[in-house]
Design a protein around this ligand. Structure first.
Ligand code: SAM
Ligand code: SF4
Length: 362
């Protein structure tokens, strides 16, 4: 098991030859614990409305420059059918924190996808109430993604102002999700202004403590219409983590070593930093998941969490073809079925006091 002092040393390592050892270890751990299959999760960005004021994200409520959209149930179901046609095992339904996506509407959507397709369903709808999360789990949602963004509480409160009326923060909600028998995903941004190497080592430790099933890490990419994008940063302090491609690979690799049985995506934010080979290098340095975008092109460019996102103008067919070719060229297999993480599969096999009502697809 990788120790904290080793994590800190690797995070500061710059020698390319020594880093080859880290890539090699991470790739070997990936192969041993989650295998060679790369699972594809079809991403549907169903609404860009958001009530939150996150200092980093272009969807934040005060960004009046952004035209807003919300997909209809029929549009989402059409994307889900496309996911089936492409052979994906999972759809990820992601949005801003949008109260118009009511408990009943999401419940109905989950039920319909469940009834009409064999897909596993991942939700990523922000901080919602435990009774809503419970209703969606009972309706058939399998997984929930909620990044804690940074384990540094003071930094988080600055960049992600808490909702005054909210009873629970993201870490508490991750525990609720686990109690509800979701397959639980979280993650952080890398290179947030004010994030130190110690913070990042704490983040990786927290991934392990929370026993996460899915872990997404990607570089912080500044958006000009946000406080963090517009901020004029002074000279970079020595402790500041850079938001670079190399730092992202290091965190992917160290996360694989810390949480070997988790599913780890090679993220779009990484592909945005290196369009030619960012996704592939992520897959070769610990990642085992790719999330092709199924969002219709007219909405895709409005889901602008950061500028110049990769794959903005490609259709779902083009994204699919491109990603399949890239995975095959690496000599890796395309995953079939829902592709639950071994971490989750081991937990699902343990006897529980109260069994979940929704069928488990793993
Ligand atoms: N609203 C939901 C939430 O916040 O969990 C889900 C959608 S949100 C756009 C998904 C993730 O995008 C966030 O958890 C955050 O890590 C990432 N994100 C937002 N702004 C970003 C930026 N400027 N650079 C990199 N990642 C960003
Ligand atoms: Fe909204 Fe999520 Fe963006 Fe925060 S990160 S502004 S909650 S979409």
């Amino acid at each position: 098991m990788i120790e904290r002092h080793q994590v800190l040393t690797w995070l500061r390592e710059t020698d390319e030859q020594r880093l080859e050892t880290l890539w090699h270890w991470a790739d070997a751990a990936r192969r041993a614990h989650v295998g060679d299959a790369v699972h594809l999760r079809g991403l549907i960005e169903l609404s860009n409305h958001c009530v939150r004021h996150c200092g980093y994200c272009g969807l934040r409520a005060p960004n009046a420059q952004l035209p807003r959209y919300r997909m209809t149930t029929d549009e989402i179901l059409a994307c889900a059918r496309q996911a089936v046609a492409f052979g994906y095992g999972t759809v990820v339904l992601q949005s801003g924190e949008d109260p118009q996506l009511t408990t009943a509407w999401v419940t109905d959507l989950v039920r319909r996808i469940r009834a009409e397709t064999p897909l596993a369903i991942t939700l990523s709808l922000g901080e919602r109430e435990p009774d809503e999360l419970s209703a969606w789990r009972r309706a058939g949602a399998d997984r929930y993604l909620l990044r804690f963004e940074t384990s540094n509480r003071a930094l988080l409160n600055e960049i992600h102002p808490p909702q005054p009326q909210a009873g629970r923060d993201r870490i508490a909600l991750l525990r609720v999700l686990r109690d509800l028998d979701y397959e639980v995903g979280s993650g952080v941004m890398i290179g947030i202004p004010g994030q130190t190497y110690d913070d990042l080592a704490n983040d990786i430790e927290l991934f392990r403590t929370l026993d996460l099933d899915m872990i997404g890490v990607g570089p912080f990419l500044p958006h000009p219409e946000t406080p963090l994008g517009a901020a004029q940063l002074g000279p970079c302090p020595l402790d500041q983590v850079p938001n670079t491609e190399l730092m992202t690979y290091k965190v992917v690799a160290l996360t694989r070593l810390a949480c070997p049985r988790a599913n780890i995506p090679s993220t779009t934010a990484l592909a945005t930093l290196n369009r030619a080979s960012g996704r592939e290098l992520g897959l070769q340095r610990g990642a085992n998941i790719i999330m092709p975008n199924l969002t219709p092109t007219e909405y895709r460019c409005l889901y602008e969490i950061y500028p110049a996102k990769a794959c903005l103008y490609e259709t779902a067919e083009q994204c699919h073809g491109c990603l399949m070719r890239r995975i095959v060229a690496l000599g890796r297999a395309i995953g079939t079925g829902p592709g639950g993480s071994p971490n989750w599969q081991a937990r699902a096999q343990q006897p529980r006091a109260s069994a979940p009502q929704a069928g488990v697809r793993n």
